[in-house]
Design a protein around this ligand. Structure first.
Ligand code: A2P
Length: 293
């Protein structure tokens, strides 16, 4: 995986499928209902986002698909100009995976999905230590491989996998994952996962770059923001993209959606990058998959 520029102004990363993915994507978690989704997607398109991240569990695939269909022409864009990600819900892990992925496709109704991820290493309804979890993950992956071969899922990957889950997948897959999406911010540097991804040529992507908003008032982040004359959100997002890590900021507020996209016209100094990286203490604000066997 390497960082490069596509024809649009937003830099992109090259996936192991040979496809470029914008390094900045719009996260849609918690955006529900046609009105809110429509407003946020419109603001994101104006601000220059060309990638959108949804999931079956967000219950917004149909609204995201409809909003894009309706809004893209208004912005002089077509389906091919945007990169759409969605994810298989944990309730569909295992023998229901094919049905789950096809349901995402029909909900989004965009012909194909650019990137489809297994959302979680476990299965809804099973305890984390249940020995059926590995078999269910493998079955889901085989279904995603079939849909990839049919061109319905242009790239396939995983989310919330630990280094152990990644190694297990690499040993059994026919098609290697294109991407791993996990929580990543200065307090959670994910050193081991990043080196596993590097070793296997898997793109490492961040979610919750703002630590669910908690890091926006952190004293170190605030000091760096003052130095750079930018917002703390921009510092946190820039810290990731400056390392070549794609980000998915999510906001329901048009001003913040715009603000979060302005991360390509300034650079953090090596000193500021080091100060932020030194915050790593392994802190997770979101789900912890480490106990899922
Ligand atoms: P809102 O939708 O009201 O903007 P994370 O991605 O780390 O999980 O953080 C998401 C949270 O951060 C959301 O609650 C979102 O709330 C908030 N947020 C997103 N961008 C900004 C910003 N630029 N400034 C302040 N809060 C933000």
């Amino acid at each position: 995986m390497s960082s490069s520029s596509s024809s649009s102004s937003t830099p992109s990363v090259l996936l192991n499928t040979g496809v470029q993915m914008p390094i900045l994507g719009f996260g849609t978690y918690k955006l529900v209902g046609p009105g809110d989704v429509f407003q946020a997607v419109d603001a994101a398109l104006v601000a220059g986002y060309r990638a959108f991240d949804s999931a079956a569990v967000y219950r917004n695939e149909a609204d995201v698909g409809r909003a894009l269909k309706e809004l893209l022409p208004n912005h002089g864009l077509t389906r091919e100009d945007v990169f759409i990600t969605s994810k298989l819900g944990p309730k569909d892990q295992g023998e229901r995976a094919m049905e789950g992925a096809l349901h995402s496709l029909s909900q989004l109704d965009l012909g194909y999905i650019d990137l489809y991820l297994i959302h979680w290493p476990g299965t809804q309804g099973l305890v984390v230590a249940d020995q059926h979890n590995p078999g269910n993950r493998a079955q889901s992956w085989a279904s995603l491989e079939q849909l990839h071969a049919q061109g319905k899922l242009r790239a396939i990957g995983v989310s919330n996998y630990t280094p152990a889950h990644m190694r297990e997948l690499m040993q059994s897959c026919k098609i290697p994952p294109a991407l791993l999406q996990v929580e990543f911010h200065p307090q959670l540097g994910q050193t081991e996962l990043r080196s596993v991804c590097e070793e296997y040529g898997v793109c490492f992507q961040a979610y919750s770059s703002l630590g669910k908003g908690e890091l926006l008032t952190d004293p170190v982040v605030t000091e760096v923001a003052k130095n750079c004359e930018c917002t703390t959100a921009q510092v946190l997002l820039r810290w990731a993209v400056q390392q070549g890590v794609p980000v998915l900021p999510k906001s329901s507020n048009p001003d913040r959606i715009k603000d979060n996209a302005k991360i390509f016209d300034f650079k953090l100094s090596d000193t500021d990058m080091d100060k932020l990286s030194a915050m790593d203490c392994g802190h997770k604000y979101c789900w912890d998959p480490s106990q899922v066997v």
